[in-house]
Design a protein around this ligand. Sequence first.
Ligand code: HEC
Ligand code: HEC
Ligand code: HEC
Ligand code: HEC
Ligand code: HEC
Ligand code: HEC
Ligand code: HEC
Ligand code: HEC
Ligand code: HEC
Ligand code: HEC
Ligand code: HEC
Ligand code: HEC
Ligand code: HEC
Length: 445
Amino acid sequence: MNSPLTRFSLLLAITLLALALQGPARANTQITLGASCVTGECHGDVTAHQFLHGPVNLKQCQPCHEPIGGRHEFAPLTDSRSLCITCHEVDQPKAFVHGPFQTDCVVCHSPHGDSNRHFVKGGEGAASCTMCHDSVTRGMTHLHGPVAVGECLVCHEPHQSNHKGLLIDARPQLCMGCHIDVAHEIERAVVVHQPVEMECAGCHNPHGGTAAFFHPAEGPDLCRSCHGGFLEEAMQAPFPHGAMTEGKACQNCHAPHASAQQGLLGTDTMDLCLSCHSSEIRHARGTIPNIAAQLSSATFLHGPISERNCVACHKAHGSDVASILTKPFPREFYAPYKEGAYDMCFECHDNTLVLNERSTATQFRDGDRNLHFLHVNREKGRTCRACHSEHASVQPHHVRTEVPFGRWMMKVQFTKTETGGTCETGCHIPYGYDRVRPAAGSTTP
Ligand code: HEC
Ligand code: HEC
Ligand code: HEC
Ligand code: HEC
Ligand code: HEC
Ligand code: HEC
Ligand code: HEC
Ligand code: HEC
Ligand code: HEC
Ligand code: HEC
Ligand code: HEC
Ligand code: HEC
Ligand code: HEC
């Protein structure tokens, strides 16, 4: 206690304490700059960090704090940016510069040191960003993987970037850098959905959302945000299709990213349709039969169906024509003949088969007496459905074995011959027709 050195220390401590208690007066005190401003008693906090800034690590204060007139007085460091860039070269300004990077470095960086390598206040995770951007994840129930763990910097540059939104990479490479499975899906595909090539964020909020996959909207609304007009029309048509709204909506049939099928379809069109139409469907307007069963129990498949093309006749999204057909086709057993009424069939077949009373434009004739004309082209015409099934049949020429007549399933017994045929139904006694040896007036339905 009596050694000169301890006494000196004590004196010094008291002096310093006095100075400290004196407060502002200290500012005017002449100071002798020693080896360091950091001592056991002074400014210890400046170096009390796990990671120290280069000059602070060397106990150098003056590069940044120049005493005014040799006194313990320092100009406030209002322009930290100018200060920092005296030592740190800043790259040429890029296309997108973060607001605070242009004005103030110490809103983000602690000037002396911190608990992380880059002295970022709050750490290098989300905390430093959410000081200013807490709205980015507000109200979200589903957070995107990297956001959930606070890794803003896997996607963003803190200072500046050549990519809009301060992103570290162009879109959609930014996303595909991690979602390699999606990148492979796109590489392998025949058709890629245009927005997927441009902007993943059109359908996924990059930070999170209130729904799975962070979609900005749900069900068909997600797709309608871009495909509005055209879908509005289909979904409000007199005959909408249940597939548009039930289950996975658009995705019942379409892949959202890419596909091996034209039209971004999930699978081959026919498999797609049969994925639902392989069992009976009951709905408000009645019961729809099992189409898959219809096809598998048939001997003859109608041309477009052997080509697996259900949409040759049906509009998948909804239609103005019953049974969501692409063109008009009468729904009844009887219908007065008029031009256009059978456009569905005459899309592919020649309409001359019903136009003239005498003709060889059809095989369904007795001599040259056109039996298509006779049955169809009149005031109380039989529609095609009276004799033909539209999908598939057991009898040749897609002639039905039975046809609904009101609530009665009427049998149709058709026998084909070399040059004609006979037909026995509830409509009439067995009648025959023969193209070579006319059965002379045997048919008068
Ligand atoms: C790289 C530049 C730099 C160096 C080197 C530096 N400082 Fe600072 N210091 C700053 C800046 C900038 C501020 C203002 C911080 C703010 O406004 O948030 C500051 C603020 C301070 C303050 C005010 C209180 C506080 O912590 O905000 C003290 C005290 C201080 N420095 C002491 C020191 C001491 C002692 C040293 C040397 C060991 C030192 N500084 C070295 C840049 C530096
Ligand atoms: C007197 C020169 C000088 C000034 C002024 C200065 N720095 Fe530094 N800074 C350094 C040195 C030296 C290093 C250590 C370099 C190294 O380790 O590669 C460093 C390191 C850093 C690092 C860590 C970089 C890394 O790659 O690890 C950050 C962040 C940093 N400084 C930010 C700032 C900020 C913000 C300011 C302004 C408040 C500033 N510096 C002012 C000299 C300075
Ligand atoms: C919006 C917050 C923010 C602002 C403002 C900011 N920085 Fe940074 N800075 C960061 C973050 C976060 C990192 C860490 C980057 C990383 O981990 O890749 C960083 C890293 C650095 C580094 C080390 C890596 C490198 O890029 O060399 C330096 C040096 C640096 N900043 C200097 C500055 C300077 C100088 C300023 C002001 C002109 C500034 N920073 C402004 C957030 C900021
Ligand atoms: C001190 C407040 C502050 C902090 C901290 C901050 N920002 Fe910002 N940020 C802003 C302001 C102000 C803007 C708007 C001005 C602008 O467009 O640069 C902005 C804009 C942005 C933008 C939009 C840029 C654009 O072009 O649309 C992104 C992205 C961003 N900040 C990301 C971050 C990230 C990531 C962090 C954390 C590393 C962060 N910010 C930390 C203040 C801050
Ligand atoms: C997976 C990549 C990714 C991560 C991680 C990420 N962002 Fe973003 N961020 C984006 C993309 C992409 C955009 C641009 C969105 C756009 O332009 O529609 C964006 C935009 C922004 C914007 C400006 C537009 C807005 O939504 O306000 C801010 C601010 C922002 N991010 C902050 C953050 C913060 C803070 C974090 C960390 C909590 C973070 N981001 C994490 C990808 C990401
Ligand atoms: C740094 C890596 C990284 C980047 C970059 C990234 N993601 Fe992710 N993403 C993840 C991780 C990790 C998950 C969580 C994986 C999981 O839960 O299976 C995820 C999950 C997702 C999911 C939900 C998947 C699911 O099955 O629920 C979507 C959607 C998604 N990311 C889209 C994007 C989009 C869009 C972008 C670009 C804006 C992007 N990601 C960028 C890492 C990343
Ligand atoms: C047109 C809208 C749309 C766009 C654009 C889009 N997605 Fe998706 N994405 C979806 C939908 C819808 C799902 C949900 C699929 C499901 O229900 O199975 C999905 C699912 C995902 C998933 C999780 C399931 C999986 O396939 O791994 C990831 C990851 C994903 N998307 C990433 C991306 C990336 C990366 C991009 C940009 C390259 C992107 N998405 C662009 C609509 C989109
Ligand atoms: C961000 C806008 C956007 C969203 C959201 C969007 N699409 Fe698209 N879609 C487009 C654009 C652009 C095209 C290409 C131009 C065109 O054909 O109209 C396209 C084309 C298509 C095509 C035709 C592809 C082809 O090659 O024939 C289908 C099918 C499709 N989208 C379905 C969907 C489905 C299903 C969804 C919802 C999961 C959806 N889209 C959501 C923008 C979008
Ligand atoms: C029942 C199956 C099915 C459903 C459900 C469905 N689509 Fe389609 N979509 C198709 C088929 C099949 C095509 C191809 C049409 C063709 O070739 O005639 C198609 C074609 C498209 C096209 C390209 C149109 C064109 O003319 O180029 C877009 C865009 C589209 N669909 C969007 C949607 C959207 C959005 C939804 C949900 C609201 C949806 N689809 C629901 C089966 C479906
Ligand atoms: C996701 C299941 C699903 C898929 C896939 C599907 N459908 Fe349907 N379909 C239904 C349902 C449910 C109904 C009955 C309810 C309704 O239309 O409102 C229906 C009804 C129909 C009808 C009768 C419409 C009416 O007004 O009587 C036709 C024709 C039809 N679908 C054809 C198709 C074709 C062609 C495809 C393939 C492009 C297809 N469907 C794919 C579910 C599906
Ligand atoms: C050659 C044109 C054509 C093709 C190709 C076609 N259909 Fe049809 N489909 C029709 C016609 C016409 C009707 C209306 C029949 C009626 O009203 O009795 C119909 C009716 C339907 C119905 C409603 C049945 C009912 O009784 O309500 C379904 C479901 C259906 N088709 C599904 C399919 C599927 C699935 C495919 C592909 C395997 C397909 N169609 C291919 C012409 C076609
Ligand atoms: C997309 C083209 C297409 C449409 C539409 C179409 N057909 Fe066909 N049809 C064909 C093809 C191709 C054949 C020849 C292969 C076969 O026997 O099925 C055919 C054959 C037939 C046959 C059998 C001919 C024979 O002598 O064996 C009948 C009957 C028939 N169609 C009736 C109809 C009816 C009724 C409609 C309207 C509901 C219709 N078709 C609509 C393409 C079409
Ligand atoms: C009264 C029964 C009946 C009606 C109604 C009927 N068909 Fe036929 N159709 C037949 C018979 C039977 C054959 C087979 C003729 C033969 O090859 O011996 C046939 C053959 C056909 C063929 C093969 C080419 C031909 O002309 O021989 C087509 C195509 C066809 N019908 C379409 C239609 C269309 C379209 C309608 C409605 C506008 C229709 N049929 C109405 C009984 C009918």
